[in-house]
Design a protein around this ligand. Structure first.
Ligand code: NAD
Length: 469
């Protein structure tokens, strides 16, 4: 266990260019992040290439043991990591936020370490014996966003390391300290050069995506950047896993119990103050229970404390950056201007520091409104009325993204039938966004391709090789 100050000191550069990272709740300095360059990236890739063969040669058992020790190291430093994450990203310590995220890092490391992946005998008929193996790729690039910086980094690097690869991480410019601190803790248990964080800008990300020595890029972020990465990786035919933006629909069937589902709906939409890829971003409610759902949701949302993340009472925090605040504000204003009804929130305070936008619920809104059609990525949920299930399914499927979705009902059979008609990588029933390290997760349509987690997630970090003799 180390102190918060010791952890911050360990990742503070002693030379080279730096950038001050500001706390989104207060505007005060959190720390200094290095401004790494493309030359730093080249050094990190060379170190990864040097470290990878010995790591691969260790075999699964020894690599898994190292990942389990790395999970222990995360748990030993959990409180310091959570405080830094809270200060840099803004998310509160409590609720499904900073402590939860650090706990998830340990959990995903453990599952990546213990998931069994055996070579598969595909044909064995006396004449032909064909086996499918998964070999290390070599060097993997991991490019991540600012909303769940530690957890998403672990999603990318844990299966990569388990499969015998080295990793170079390019964190978001908004949240480099969280990723540097996480890597510092993980590196207590990993060989030198195997895992390096290059805290640079988009130029560094772009170079990582085209680098000839990088065999695969794990990317989580916006659809626009995902398309740029596809283009820059094309010349070297890189493998890609792309977890891109979403605009998840939730459909509440007429038999649902509004009071029973209200809290689940709230956290499905407002987890991490709405800054979550697979959060519920459009809620479709049958007209029979529309008013009741709006009322119950408003009661739950109004009671959730928002404020500085280090205050133990808060469960909602600020938006991470002003750009995201402006997107949410613009979309809520567009809804208000169109005549939609603001049930709660919608009026951010202008006299306080920090990017706080209040929890906002918007009813009587048209499906074509920008607050519905665009990804808000913040605490503002549009609630759309529907009268037939066909209509609700058509609206849910109308967009060109499909990460997650949910169906809410007292009848699990009816809910599964509706779920099968939705075009998204996951459909949850009576919950939303509940990711699980054992269960594959990925997008449909322009929400990306490739699966993370579970055995499918391990396979995605290997090169399939058939031995046929
Ligand atoms: P972003 O695309 O702006 O940035 C993500 C990362 O890509 C950053 O590290 C950035 O520096 C880097 N980058 C930017 N341009 C690049 C380029 N040309 N080449 C290589 N790298 C480049 O995304 P963001 O704003 O940080 O994250 C929010 C978005 O991410 C939302 O759309 C959200 O839905 C999505 N997201 C998806 C998932 C998922 O699992 N599907 C999870 C979290 C966030």
């Amino acid at each position: 266990m180390e102190t918060y100050d010791a952890l911050l000191a360990a990742i503070t550069p002693t030379s080279g260019a730096t950038r001050t990272i500001l706390d989104p709740a207060t505007g005060t300095a959190v720390g200094e992040a290095p401004v790494h360059t493309v030359q730093d990236l080249e050094r990190a890739v060379a170190a990864a290439e040097a470290a990878q063969p010995a790591w691969a040669a260790l075999g699964h058992d020894a690599r898994s043991a190292a990942l389990l020790r790395a999970a222990d190291a995360v748990e030993r430093s959990a409180e310091e990591l959570a405080r830094l994450l809270s200060r840099e990203q803004g998310k509160p310590l409590n609720g499904p936020n900073a402590r939860f995220e650090v706990g998830a890092c340990a959990a995903w490391l453990r599952v990546a370490a213990t998931t069994v992946l055996e070579p598969e005998t595909v044909v064995d008929d006396g004449e032909t014996r064909a086996e499918l193996h998964y070999r290390p790729i070599g060097v993997v690039g991991a490019i991540g966003p600012w909303n769940w910086p530690m957890m998403i980094t672990v999603w990318q690097i844990a299966p990569a390391l388990r499969m015998g690869n080295a990793v170079v991480v390019k964190p978001s410019e908004y949240t480099p300290l969280s990723v540097l601190a996480l890597a510092k803790v993980l590196n207590e248990e990993l060989p030198e050069g195997l895992l390096t964080v290059v805290s640079g800008g988009r130029d560094v990300g772009a170079r990582l995506a085209e680098h000839p020595a990088v065999g695969k890029v794990m990317f989580t972020g916006s659809t626009a950047t995902g398309k740029a990465i596809i283009r820059s990786s094309a010349d070297t035919v890189k493998r890609l896993t792309l977890e891109l933006g979403g605009n998840d629909a939730g459909i509440v069937l007429p038999d649902a119990d509004p009071k029973a589902i209200a809290e689940g709906l709230f956290w499905g939409a407002f987890i991490n103050t709405g800054q979550t890829c697979a959060a519920l971003k459009r809620l479709y409610v049958h007209s029979d229970i529309y008013e009741a759902v709006c009322e119950e949701l408003t009661t739950v949302a109004a009671a959730m404390p928002m404020g500085n993340g280090l205050d133990e009472n808060n469960v909602l925090g600020p938006l991470q950056n002003r750009q995201q605040f402006d997107i949410v504000a613009r979309l809520v204003e567009a809804a208000r201007d169109s005549g939609a009804k603001i049930l709660l929130g919608g009026n951010p305070a202008t006299d306080q520091p920090g990017h706080f936008y209040p929890a906002t619920l918007v009813a009587d809104i048209d499906n074509a409104n920008p607050l519905v059609a665009e990804e808000q990525f913040g605490p503002a949920l549009p609630i759309i009325r529907y009268s037939t299930v066909d209509e609700a399914v058509a609206m849910a499927n109308a967009l060109d993204v499909g990460l997650g979705a949910s169906v809410w009902s007292s009848d699990p059979v009816a809910a599964r039938e509706v779920a099968a008609r939705i075009q998204s990588g996951t459909v949850w029933i009576n919950k939303h966004g509940a990711v699980d390290p054992r269960v594959p997760f990925g997008g449909a349509k322009q929400s990306g391709y490739g699966l993370e987690f579970g055995v499918e997630g391990l396979k995605a970090l290997g090169v399939p090789q058939v031995i046929n003799g």
